[in-house]
Write a protein that binds this ligand. Structure first.
Ligand code: PRP
Ligand code: URA
Length: 246
């Protein structure tokens, strides 16, 4: 796919509150819309788009890449937690008045698809103190793009928990589909899995959403497509390399 074609197909939107003038609300490329009910895309706010602009830039150094991707991961975790069920919960305030609120009463765990998924653990820990975190090591073959499962280590009682599956990149969808198969083989019901993702390709999101319609995907952005090496475009390159080794 040439860059010209990508730019032509990319949706753009004026960013910022409607009370600002058009000049104060520059347009930028925003997420492609997806028709699948089980895919939630974060609101395309000026903050989110500026954070994504930082991490997409090939000139952004590793320290900044870590800092800004952590900020997006935090937004993803906060949004994903909104999809967990809550029960009514009334408390009494220090001035003796009742406040009718809600409370989550279930159990959760994180599951990171190694290596890149581990980069999302910090944001999860910041929101859910002492959360249990399982690991699944899946690596995509560089030649064929097919995933290979090497290892998994998950909480014993994972079938009784909501599983927050973590991987920043959803390209062909092969790795995420394999990870969901591992969770299902341990008894986690499909509708108790939330997949947290930073950038998805439209084909990866469609593939995943169709195969597992009860798994909820929370993503920051659905990009334009895949290149000949099955990298997401425009994308951000190899997330794991940029976060850990470059
Ligand atoms: C990346 C990424 C996903 C996978 C996405 O991991 O973190 O797990 O590729 O591609 P897919 O949707 O086509 O399967 P990779 O296997 O490169 O390993 P890494 O985490 O060590 O970078
Ligand atoms: N893995 C990545 O890190 N980036 C891509 O674009 C595809 C797979």
């Amino acid at each position: 796919m040439s860059d010209d074609n990508i730019l032509q197909r990319a949706p753009s939107q004026h960013l910022g509150p409607a009370y600002r003038s058009q000049e104060e609300r520059p347009s930028a490329t925003v997420s492609t819309k997806v028709a699948h009910e089980n895919v939630t895309v974060l609101p395309q706010t000026p903050q989110l788009i500026s954070l994504l602009t930082m991490i997409r830039d090939k000139n952004t150094n590793r320290a900044d890449f870590i800092f800004y991707s952590n900020r997006i991961n935090r937004l993803l975790v906060e949004e994903a937690l909104n999809h967990l069920p809550v029960l009514p919960h009334t408390v009494t305030t220090p001035v003796g008045r009742a406040y009718a609120g809600v409370k989550f009463e279930g159990k959760i765990c994180g599951v990171s698809i190694m290596r890149a998924g581990e980069a999302m653990e910090q944001a999860l820990r910041e929101c859910c103190r002492s959360v249990r975190i399982g690991k699944i090591l899946i690596q995509r073959d560089e030649e064929t793009s097919k995933p290979r499962l090497f290892y998994d280590k998950l909480p014993e009682d994972i079938s009784e928990r909501w599983a927050l599956l973590l991987d920043p990149m959803l390209a062909t969808g092969g790795s995420a589909l394999m990870a969901v198969d591992v969770l299902r083989s341990r008894g986690v019901p499909e509708d108790h899995i939330l997949f947290l993702n930073l950038i998805a390709s439209p084909e990866g999101a469609a593939n995943f959403a169709q195969k597992f319609p009860k798994v909820r995907i929370v993503t920051a952005f659905v990009d334009q497509g895949l290149d000949e090496k099955n990298y997401i475009v425009p994308g951000l390159g190899d997330f794991g390399d940029r976060f850990y080794t470059m």
